[in-house]
Design a protein around this ligand. Sequence first.
Ligand code: DLZ
Length: 176
Amino acid sequence: MATANHNLSQFYSELPSAAEMRFGIVVAEWNPEVTEALLEGAIRTLRAAGCPEKHIQVKHVPGTFELTLGAQFFAEYTEVDAVIALGCVIQGETRHFDFICQGVTQGITEVQLHWNMPIAFGVLTVENQQQALDRAGGRHGNKGDEAAAAAIQMVHLQLEMDAAAPDRELDRRSVN
Ligand code: DLZ
């Protein structure tokens, strides 16, 4: 959770170089003033870690619920090493919030395990727009920065572990 003690744009460790890494970013169009700020943060962090512009692909989907399939499209149709999923769900008067949050959390977990590919969870689940803006470049930092950093760290870890297991080929679709 973003709290007064933790700023989303400050990382616990120094990031590895992302110069050789490729990323897909899937962005929800709902709450665009928030999600476009998350996108800016994610791209800024990737670039700061050395990722070339041409290694970053951005695709938009209608809402947070569609992030799962957007991430799967990246896994299926492109050569990216990781996907960064960015969205913002704001609590309303109905239970829609719960269903979207549950769906995207479970969906992204399933896609990353199925594809053996890191998918960073850059989704804000908040009570109101101010809480979202506070975490999209406001006083609590930017969830897009945090998600991009997580993606870089997980790709680095995967490459390191793959290199230490030379008899195995990196298998993207580990489960059929
Ligand atoms: C329908 C809906 C609602 C009520 N709220 C949000 C939201 O706060 N954030 C968001 O990203 N998307 C929302 N959506 C849209 C759903 O994610 C989805 O796009 C639609 O249900 C169509 O599948």
